[in-house]
Design a protein. Structure first.
Length: 55
């Protein structure tokens, strides 16, 4: 049997643990602000990677 090269579940768990560590001591309003900021960062990243369409 071939060894796994990439484990999606482990990746998801590591990401969730990292976010938990960053947010575990935040108030609800701080956590909402955290997610709003992260969402905006993601939107900017997606926009930057979007191919430019020439017309």
């Amino acid at each position: 049997m071939k060894a796994k090269q990439f484990d999606c579940v482990a990746l998801q768990h590591r990401g969730a643990e990292r976010i938990y560590e960053q947010t575990k001591n935040m108030t609800i309003s701080e956590e909402v602000a955290y997610w709003q900021h992260r969402t905006e960062e993601l939107r900017q990243l997606q926009q930057a990677r979007k191919p430019k369409i020439k017309r």
